[in-house]
Design a protein. Structure first.
Length: 650
């Protein structure tokens, strides 16, 4: 399959990811950059609300349900705007006019086109998948949503392996499943086109929106933001292959817009015509989608917003009346108390972080946050240089110094997340992310782009002033064509330099994970070929047993034949555990056959014992001796991959 053939699915993804939000934003009176930047997050909110509404009402998961929620939401927002009259927007003498559409489209293209090129290079073919452990769950979850017509986050966790549901943030899966169902694309194609739209749409416009809250919607700052959105190694490239944690990727892509709204709300940047009430409404429209994309990023938003809250309170305390000073102090204290309480309560179980207990190096992490070289990557030359310049500028002019604080918060989270020698303090600070410093590193670009953009704008302004002075000394006028040509040349040079070293390494690492080979980690070429032939041998509804850690459970996502263990490392049911542990004893143990009949297991997919984790093995004790004497009949095979029918139970 070629990328040209994915155009219909791509169009569907664009409509679903931006359509609902564009309508909601237009009803609220948003314009141009603000409209397109908030459209993606608003649409995610509409989709996750539709998913939960469908679960409550029994309505099947489909685009008409999302359309109904979109229309009802637009009507509610229209009524809210009417009731609040002019309280959502107000006239502000100093508020800059929104950038014209040509500026928005041009600067968006400067960000989106390189990112699209890098992503296409990483993914390769549209039907490739990330050869990573978490993708077992993600692919099967999309199939499960399509099969059950239920996309609720409240019930996704076990993928139907038990009668009881368990919470799992389903925002990303909701979006991808909707693209798949609506367009008819395969699951891998739906994943890849959706991720392409998320990164080139939500992330790109979000970065432009965030930076413009400080600099205004002028061409040069937006160009700087566009270049920087492509230049960090830990986002978006890392999350395309690590884990893969696609839900967290969606939430991080939405984070710049959320931070930009906080800047507007606290009046820390450019004057805005959107009132305090208006910004609260916008945040309220974004937060459900952010929370059900990944709740940890809501906590990340609280952490990164802390320097902003303190800066706003301090500014009001210095210049306000006695009442304003009191309100500022009380507001800041209340925020810190609530954030601290949530920080201590909203976190996974302590046992969930044990995989990271012996990993991390705090001293190395300290170097990495200074030189934008996280996770053993080379130094990010461009972003390091611009960050240093930006820090010098804000310290010198004494404006926006809180932007340094925002990056320092993310840096502290990352360094402490690497501090394995202080396990309890590490858990207190970074336990929200399971002590997983890979995930935490994805927040560094969001936290750092503000200060780096200010550095880039300062350098561009200095260069322009220097050139104007040079022309003045020679009594020459600046040709009208020189400014756009110079801006274009600088942008091309910056885009060429942006991926060098750190980002280049991330792109190469991600590319390696998206190839089917004879030794690929999750599915080899032989295993994929056998999986695709399963419908020729296995009737619908027949359950297939297989070790999920070898990729065998992906038979469900590719063929719609149920897997006994669709995700995780073991079955959540006693019957499933008995089968996985003793299936090859079924001719000697009637209890095994009873479990086989109860679970409907009729086939076994054997991919050996090579784990998806490189260099490791994963042994399912009951799937080792698959002989005819033990009740198995070979149905099909390719290479070392084999499909057996269970015949020993009659």
């Amino acid at each position: 399959m070629t990328w040209v053939e994915t155009i219909p699915a791509f169009v569907v993804a664009v409509v679903l990811i931006f359509g609902p939000g564009l309508l909601w934003g237009a009803v609220l009176g948003l314009r141009r950059l603000a409209l397109v930047a908030l459209a993606g997050p608003f649409s995610v909110t509409a989709i996750v609300i539709a998913a939960e509404l469908g679960n409550v009402t029994g309505l099947p998961w489909s685009w008409p349900l999302v359309l109904a929620v979109t229309v009802l939401g637009a009507a509610a927002l229209w009524l809210l705007r009417r009731l609040m009259r002019h309280r959502l927007h107000h006239a502000h003498a100093d508020a800059a006019r929104p950038a014209p559409w040509r500026t928005v489209l041009l600067t968006w293209a400067v960000s989106a086109l390189p990112l699209a090129g890098y992503m296409l290079w990483i993914i390769g073919a549209p039907e490739n998948i990330a050869q990573s452990h978490d993708n077992i769950f993600h692919l099967n979850a999309i199939r499960y949503i399509a099969d059950t017509a239920n996309a609720s986050s409240l019930e996704l966790g076990y993928l139907g392996a038990t009668d009881a549901g368990i919470f799992y943030p389903a925002g990303w899966h909701d979006v991808v499943s909707l693209v798949m169902i609506t367009s008819g694309a395969t699951i891998p194609v739906a994943i890849n086109v959706t991720n392409l739209v998320i990164i080139t749409g939500i992330w790109s416009t979000g970065c432009l929106f965030l930076v413009s809250r400080l600099t205004g919607e002028r061409m040069m700052p937006l160009l700087v933001a566009a270049v920087l959105s492509t230049a960090y190694s830990s986002f978006p490239y890392l999350l395309l292959e690590f884990g893969v944690v696609y839900p967290f990727m969606l939430s991080i892509a939405m984070l710049p817009v959320a931070l930009g709204l906080v800047i507007q709300l606290l009046r820390l940047g450019q004057p805005s015509s959107i009132s305090v009430e208006g910004n609260l409404v916008l945040l309220a429209g974004l937060l459900p989608g952010l929370a059900l994309a990944h709740p940890a990023t809501v906590m990340g938003l609280l952490a990164l917003a802390t320097p902003m809250v303190i800066a706003a309170a301090y500014g009001l305390y210095r210049q306000g009346s006695r009442r304003q000073k009191r309100n500022a102090a009380l507001g800041a204290v209340a925020y810190l108390v609530v954030a601290g309480f949530l920080w201590g309560v909203l976190r996974p179980a302590r046992s969930s972080s044990t995989n990271w207990d012996d990993m991390g190096n705090a001293l190395r992490a300290l170097y990495e946050v200074v030189f934008h070289a996280p996770l053993d990557h080379p130094m990010g030359i461009l972003v390091t240089a611009l960050t240093i310049v930006g820090a010098a500028v804000v310290l010198n002019v004494r404006r926006h110094r809180w932007t340094i604080g925002v990056y320092l918060v993310a840096a502290v989270l990352f360094v402490v997340g690497n501090w394995k020698e202080a396990p309890e303090f590490r858990w207190l600070v970074s336990g929200i992310w399971y002590n997983d410093f890979f995930r935490i590193s994805a927040m560094l670009p969001v936290a750092g782009i503000l200060i780096a953009a200010l550095g880039g704008v300062a350098l561009a302004g200095t260069a322009r002033s220097f050139f104007r002075a040079w022309l003045a000394r020679r009594d020459k006028k600046q040709p009208p064509w020189l400014r756009p040509v110079a801006a274009a040349a600088l942008t091309v040079v910056a885009l060429a330099a942006a991926p060098l070293f750190a980002a280049q390494r991330s792109i190469q690492d991600a590319e390696f994970k998206y190839r089917f080979t004879d030794n690929s980690y999750l599915l080899t070429t032989d295993e994929l070929a056998l999986v695709k032939r399963i419908p020729e041998h296995v009737p619908p509804g027949a359950v297939i047993a297989g070790n999920p850690m070898t990729g065998a459970s992906l038979s469900y996502s590719y063929t719609d034949r149920p897997a006994l263990v669709p995700s995780g490392q073991s079955s959540p049911t006693p019957e499933g555990q008995l089968i996985m542990g003793r299936l090859d004893e079924m001719t000697r143990d009637p209890a095994v056959c009873k479990a086989v009949r109860d679970q409907g297991v009729r086939y076994v997919l054997d991919f050996g014992n090579s784990s998806v984790h490189p260099g490791e093995t994963s042994v399912a004790a009951g799937l080792q001796d698959l002989t005819e004497a033990n009740g198995f009949k070979l149905v099909d095979s390719q290479g070392r991959a084999a499909l057996y029918q269970v015949v020993g139970c009659g």
